[in-house]
Write a protein that binds this ligand. Structure first.
Ligand SMILES: [Zn+2]
Length: 266
């Protein structure tokens, strides 16, 4: 009797709760299936004139992401962000969203291209969306990140780094790749802690002697920053490496930091 009652209760609860993301889940599956079909296509549809000469090779796999881009959501809750990313007209998405309690929502297969980086550049790399996994962390932009969030993030980064063999240097922020346009993740983001765990580099200026001809802007460029707008590049650099300083001025301490970092990131 107790068992029957439990089943009835489960049935009622199950029947009443509707998944608010049912529609977007359905759309996701449909789109993923269509891409699966496209990948399986031969003769190759993008090679119409040469299709008669199609010769399949067995030696291939899928292209892999080589960067991880970190963001803060600049929204007030995880639910708000999930709603934004499941609404077609927003035209924005990410592979993962990490809530304040540490919950990780996987929204998109890592092999697919999320719409998270926008117009961006890092070194010679453009179209970062095609090269990266995007992780959004629930944060309004003006507050510290929570311990459960960072713990979940570190576990996720560890998995991604191993799965796709992502270089240590390639864990960067949205502000790093879009100076003057983006400022996320904010100054509270624990980049040093990430570097200590193998995600990005940190500096050590102990005993650093600057060469006479040291060029700080060139160092920023070597690290990866787009220096087209020098002030914006400095702002992004400080958001990541000198978080207590909101000026756009490079002082002697910064020069030493840049001298050390350019060797690690080059
Ligand atoms: Zn962002």
């Amino acid at each position: 009797m107790k068992q029957i009652l439990t089943i009835i209760i489960l049935f009622i609860v199950g029947g009443c709760s509707t998944n608010p993301y049912k529609t977007s889940n359905k759309t996701y599956k449909k789109q993923a299936k269509a891409y699966g079909k496209l990948l399986a296509k031969y003769p190759l549809s993008d090679s119409v004139t040469n299709s008669a000469y199609f010769v399949g090779t067995p030696n291939f796999n899928l292209r892999r992401p080589n960067f991880v881009i970190l963001h803060h959501t600049a929204q007030n809750s995880c639910d708000q962000t999930l709603l934004t990313f499941t609404t077609a007209k927003s035209q924005v998405s990410a592979h993962y969203v990490i809530c304040k309690d540490g919950t990780v929502h996987h929204m998109l297969n890592d092999y697919f291209r999320a719409w998270q980086a926008g117009v961006s550049k890092w070194g010679n790399a453009t179209d970062i969306n095609s090269l990266s996994v995007g992780i959004e962390i629930d944060n309004n932009g003006f507050e510290p990140f929570t311990e459960p969030q960072i713990n979940s993030l570190l576990l996720l980064l560890d998995r991604l780094k191993k799965a796709y063999n992502i270089p240590t240097a390639n864990f960067i922020g949205h502000a790093d790749i879009a100076p003057g346009r983006k400022v996320d993740p904010n100054r509270y983001f624990p980049w040093q802690r990430l570097a200590q765990n193998g995600f990005g580099f940190w500096f050590d200026t102990t005993g650093v002697q600057l060469p006479m001809n040291f060029d700080a802007m060139q160092a920023l460029r070597i690290i990866g920053y787009d220096i087209m707008k020098p002030d914006a590049a400095i702002e992004s650099f400080k958001l990541h490496f000198v978080q207590t300083d909101s000026t756009k001025v490079i002082n002697d301490d910064d020069r030493k930091i840049l001298f050390d970092l350019e060797k690690k990131y080059q």
